[in-house]
Structure formats: structure tokens, C-alpha cells
Write a new protein. Structure first.
Length: 134
């Protein structure tokens, strides 16, 4: 039997499933290669490695929560909040790359494009929260 996707079905909507996949990939990378992410944690924050592990674990929990209808609403809200909270790290990455003489033009363009792409992800989390509550 195939179940419907969407707010009343068992399968998450495509955008929510994609967000869960992105969170899963990122969460695993945070655990496997934490040094990659330490450099983008804003410098004024302490215990960078711990923050990297914590954000990776939060991403994995959000991913799992988004996939289940029972937890999708709460996970959507937490996902949106997490994406807002980690936005400063993305800004820090852009500042560092744009100020680097070693960064390629492609990398500089990528970090600039990445910043506004966070907003659709935040909206997706918020929509998961709102639509699962109905």
C-alpha cells in the first residue's frame, strides 16, 4: 500500500524530505570532519569543536524528526530555529572566503550564493511546523 505524502500522509512533502537529507549529510559531516566546520564558528564563541558536534547532532535529530508525521511539527520548528542560529557561521564563512587571497572566484561566488539559499530552508522548516499542526 502506498501512502500519500504531505501534511496528512505518512511521507513528508518533497521539500521537507530534501531538508531532512541535507540535515543528515551535514550532520554526518559535522561528526566525521569537525575541523572543517570549526573555522566558520564565529570567533567570539567558545568551545568551537563542541559547538560543531552539538550542531551536527541537532541536524541529525531534526532530520529524523522531519521524517515522522508524529514529530514533524516540532522538528520543523526546531529546524527553522537551528537554521537561524547557525546563519552567523555562514556569514563568517563568507567574510573569511571573500577576504582570502587564496580563495578562488568560484568559491567566493559559492559563499555569496549560499547565504540567500538559507532562507528557503528556513521557510521549509517553518512550513513543516505549520502544516503538520493542522
Amino acid at each position: 500500500m502506498v501512502t500519500r505524502s504531505g501534511p496528512t500522509g505518512h511521507l513528508p512533502p518533497r521539500d521537507v524530505a530534501l531538508l531532512a537529507v541535507l540535515f543528515t549529510l551535514s550532520g554526518v559531516l559535522h561528526g566525521v570532519r569537525p575541523a572543517t566546520f570549526e573555522g566558520i564558528v564565529p570567533r567570539r564563541l567558545p568551545r568551537r569543536r563542541g559547538l560543531v558536534y552539538a550542531s551536527g547532532a541537532a541536524e541529525l535529530l531534526c532530520a529524523a524528526g522531519l521524517l515522522s508525521p508524529a514529530t514533524r511539527s516540532r522538528a520543523g520548528l526546531v529546524s527553522a530555529a537551528l537554521l537561524v542560529l547557525i546563519f552567523p557561521a555562514n556569514v563568517q564563512m563568507a567574510v573569511d572566503v571573500l577576504g582570502s587571497r587564496r580563495a578562488s572566484s568560484v568559491m567566493k561566488l559559492a559563499v555569496l550564493v549560499r547565504l540567500p539559499l538559507q532562507w528557503p530552508l528556513i521557510r521549509t522548516g517553518w512550513r513543516a511546523y505549520r502544516s503538520a499542526r493542522r
